[in-house]
Design a protein around this ligand. Structure first.
Ligand SMILES: *Cc1c(COP(=O)(O)O)cnc(C)c1O
Length: 219
């Protein structure tokens, strides 16, 4: 199967209001270009250096999403061009994004990464940590950071019921956060969960932003 046909197949299975992020990490520039030529414009990468190479070589109308764990000291490299930083898991990181975005006179979209999986290894904030961060309110004084929604990764398991319950929990937390802090803010509208193996289940559970890599670019 070609990248183009994989992409068409994934797209045709998504509802029209679901954003597809093509995760090109570990795949060459030529593969990302193939997806671009098939019409894809939103791409996800998880390493700063790899992202930089792709950013430099690929067309400039691509929207790049940083989907991996973001180290504070790397924010300055991506701040000039990144469209969205998806895995924001601390106030410290938010402050650095604010500082770097301000330098470039930009507003950077971010997602709050939630830790809902029953695994030690997964990153992100526990629900109570995330709610506390919002309650503390420092983010309100960050005009160059726009909180667009939440992001999470489900447990790495074959147990569909468990994955489903984590997705539903993510949807529930999104609704809570929306109601408490962003009721009048239309731009708080992103629920980023679902990857190659579970994006259809994620969509059923309220995701409107799926990050799909191997299903498009092959294993
Ligand atoms: C790699 C990665 C993906 C894509 O995973 P696939 O299983 O290849 O679709 C999605 N989200 C994050 C955060 C990733 O690191």
């Amino acid at each position: 199967m070609s990248i183009k046909s994989n992409l068409q197949q994934v797209r045709s299975s998504l509802k029209s209001d679901v954003q597809l992020v093509a995760v090109s990490k570990y795949h060459p520039v030529s593969s990302a270009l193939e997806a671009y030529e098939a019409g894809q414009r939103v791409f996800g990468e998880s390493r700063e250096q790899e992202l930089r190479i792709k950013y430099e070589q690929l067309p400039k109308d691509i929207q790049w999403h940083f989907i991996g764990h973001m180290q504070t000291n790397k924010v300055k490299y991506i701040a000039p061009y990144i469209a969205m930083i998806e895995a924001v898991d601390s106030l410290k990181l938010m402050k650095e994004i604010e500082k770097q975005a301000a330098k470039h006179d930009r507003t950077i979209d971010i997602l709050l990464e939630l830790h809902l999986a029953q695994e030690e290894t997964k990153s992100g904030m526990l629900p109570e940590e995330c709610l506390q961060l919002l309650e503390d309110g420092e983010w309100r004084a960050m005009p160059h950071v726009r909180i667009r929604g939440i992001m999470m990764m489900a447990s790495n398991t074959d147990d569909r019921e468990r994955i489903k319950s984590e997705f539903l929990r993510a949807k529930e937390l999104f609704d809570t956060i929306k109601e408490r802090y962003f009721m009048d803010d239309e731009s708080f509208d992103v629920r980023s969960y679902g990857m190659s193996n579970d994006y259809l289940l994620a969509q059923e559970c309220g995701s409107n932003h799926v990050r799909v890599g191997s299903r498009i670019f092959s294993e």
